[in-house]
Design a protein around this ligand. Structure first.
Ligand SMILES: [Zn+2]
Length: 85
């Protein structure tokens, strides 16, 4: 049975589709490939990506990492917004 390939989660800011790909970071070293994951939603207001990874899976794992306690952060943000009104 083939292993399922690890895929990037949607963008944490806009929910848009993200993809992984490689790029050549230095023009003089065309064979030097690095991997990144980035949000492909052109309307995303946050330019977000992981880059500079030696492996595709490394870039995807970094992208898929989510902060624990996100609900707590959301609650704190709501308190701050209320206080600023
Ligand atoms: Zn996005």
């Amino acid at each position: 049975m083939a292993k399922e390939k690890l895929k990037p989660l949607p963008c944490p800011f806009c929910g848009g589709k993200a993809d992984s790909h490689y790029y050549t970071s230095e023009w003089w070293a065309e064979d030097k490939k690095e991997y990144q994951v980035e949000c492909r939603n052109e309307e995303c207001e946050v330019f977000v990506r992981t880059h500079g990874f030696a492996t595709e899976i490394g870039a995807i794992k970094a992208w898929n990492r989510r902060v624990e306690g996100a609900e707590y952060v959301k609650m704190l943000n709501n308190v701050v917004i209320r206080e600023l009104r």
